[in-house]
Design a protein around this ligand. Structure first.
Ligand code: 3PG
Ligand code: MG
Length: 406
């Protein structure tokens, strides 16, 4: 049994369901450029509608400064949401008060309404109990499908579920199940692929992961810092020189915890990070003084591929090179294709997440080929750090008695 309440524990028939979603999607000139988060909501909405619930969708969008701002309105999301769920949605100009109450009152079983951006009220980010009570008036039960916002202790995520019967939606449940399969009770050996620019922003993550996995391959500029910590001359590469001591401590910790660390053995170097410069492949101890390491080299790729062949579970966060700029996406792409192939063959359970990671996998054309790609950025990272997420904690089976909404 999971440690959180699931949708099947709630009586939703004919009820007003407050559904916390994460509609914080990329929007360009009013058009959604990646609708994944919207599309993944559809199963929960179908399940609720199929049971005759009246569905009130709430979300934040962007980071407005605590007051109404048309640039952060959720109105442009009504149409894409309606399309994704195959039923028209209504819109309330405000997420609390009379406009919202009128709209919710008018909903019939199976109908959906979207409320305006929760962050137009300061009470949302302040986790204000009064704001949570104002939201609670609009529903009989609460369902959270916003795993990607579960790291925020905000009113609609932390306080509200304590005021109403509450449960995880199907998307939240799928995210949590995928993450549990990867780190809580994984098939071993487990390989972690960790990339990205900085060791300093992923210290907690690295420390936690080292204690959980059997092997960890590190790429991206953060590998330069660890190589530098071992005395490798990384030339003009991005490198946090002041993190060398910390880097050595991490590598010692890995030895102590028997986590096999794979660092780049060779690299693709260039004089500058720009499209199609003159590149060279060099052994890692041969980086030219004027060169920058911008991707892992073929020998490193082969080593990671060999580690993938042994692994039964993969957890991936962070690109392995400067993937936004060709040709420095090739290391990440080669590893991604291999992970996808082994997943398709049923030999590997692969879970990936984090903003750049998803973009890198999409660029490599394999975003749909892994076992699970999380739509979460920060929440995925905090989960990889072993931290309790307020949005998940609020749905705990052993949560304190509900307060009665006033
Ligand atoms: C996200 O996109 O990371 C989530 O929606 C959380 O948004 P936030 O970082 O603005 O709190
Ligand atoms: Mg974020």
């Amino acid at each position: 049994m999971p440690g959180y309440r699931t949708l099947d524990t709630l009586d939703i028939r004919g009820k007003r369901v407050l559904l916390r979603a994460d509609l914080n999607v990329p929007l360009k000139d009013g058009v959604v450029t990646d609708a994944t988060r919207i599309e993944r909501l559809a199963p929960t909405i179908e399940a609720l509608a199929g049971n005759g619930a009246r569905i009130v969708v709430m979300s934040h969008f962007g980071r407005p400064k605590g007051g109404p701002d048309p640039a952060f309105s959720l109105r442009p999301l009504v149409e894409p949401l309606s399309r994704a769920i195959g039923r028209p949605g209504a819109f309330a100009e405000d997420c609390i008060g009379a406009p919202a109450a009128r709209l919710v009152e008018a909903l019939r079983p199976g109908e959906v309404a979207l409320l305006e951006n929760l962050r137009f009220h300061k009470g949302e980010e302040a986790n204000d109990p009064g704001f949570a009570r104002a939201l609670a008036k609009l529903g009989d039960v609460y369902v959270d499908d916003a795993f990607s916002a579960a790291h925020r202790a905000h009113a609609s995520i932390a306080a509200l579920p304590r005021l109403l019967p509450a449960a995880a939606g199907l998307l939240m449940q799928a995210e949590l199940e995928a993450l549990a399969a990867a780190l809580e009770r994984p098939a071993r050996p487990v390989l972690a692929l960790i990339g990205g620019a900085k060791v300093s922003t992923k210290l907690d993550l690295l420390r936690f992961i080292i204690g959980k996995v059997d092997a960890m391959a590190i790429g991206g500029a953060m590998a330069n810092t660890l190589l530098f910590a071992q005395g490798v001359d990384v030339g003009r590469s991005l490198c946090e020189r002041d993190m060398a001591e910390e880097g050595r401590r991490l590598l010692d910790l890995a030895v102590e915890r028997r986590c096999h660390v794979i660092l780049p053995e060779d690299a693709v170097v260039a004089p500058a990070l720009k499209p199609s410069p003159e590149t060279r492949i060099v052994a890692i101890d041969q980086v030219p003084a004027e060169g920058m390491i911008l991707d892992i080299g073929p020998r490193t790729i082969a080593r990671i591929v060999a580690a993938l062949a042994e692994a039964k579970t993969l957890v991936w966060n962070g690109p392995l090179g400067a993937f936004e700029t060709a040709p420095f996406d090739q290391g990440t792409a080669a590893v991604a294709r291999e992970a996808a192939a082994r997943t398709r063959e049923g030999r590997l359970l692969s879970v990936a997440g984090g903003g750049d990671t998803v973009a890198a996998l999409a660029k490599a054309g394999v975003a749909d080929a892994l076992s699970y790609v999380s739509t979460a950025g920060g929440a995925f990272l905090e989960w990889l750090e072993g931290r309790e997420l307020p949005g998940v904690a609020a749905l705990a089976t052993a949560a304190p008695e509900q307060e009665t909404p006033r």
